[in-house]
Write a protein that binds this ligand. Sequence first.
Ligand SMILES: [Ca+2]
Length: 191
Amino acid sequence: MLLACLGLCVLLAGPHAIEAFSLRDFVRPGSNKRDAGDKSPCPTWHPFECPSGECVPIKYLCDGSPDCSDEYDENKSMCTAATRPPVEETALFLKTLMHAHGKDFLVKVFGEKARNELAGMGGVDKVAVSLSQSPTADVFAKEFVFNPQEEQGMIGVFEGILNGTPEELTANEASDFRFFVQKLQETGFFN
Ligand SMILES: [Ca+2]
């Protein structure tokens, strides 16, 4: 089944202020092709792979202008719906984040259990299922047996992302994550 917008539509809410350059500067036919030898077909600075083959930065998903030649990055059902991204999109989003920022990136959000691509939490797919389906952060934290410090740390980073850039993240990391965290907020995750 075709993934709606690959979760990545998840990432773009407020980052536009940071984007001073045009995607057109980056995505030219033939200029961002696959990186042979890398596990992902796309380079880390353009981690999202369009079904049509281009590689684009996370920030250009759901930014209002098509960057994939098939406009996959602007799928309306994903970019405009005030619902939480489904499991497959969430998994792809998490994988793309780690491709862009490192396999230990999510330690900054979930703590040590997230090291090495979420190994201590059962892997990306398990985390994606829970992030997509847990009604609240509390339910999510209980599933992964977070201690209170870990749960508060996660919520603190997410709230920081909603408000700007938390001290744990760089501005780029926060902006890549923002749209997804806003989806979490809109769907009651922090209630
Ligand atoms: Ca776009």
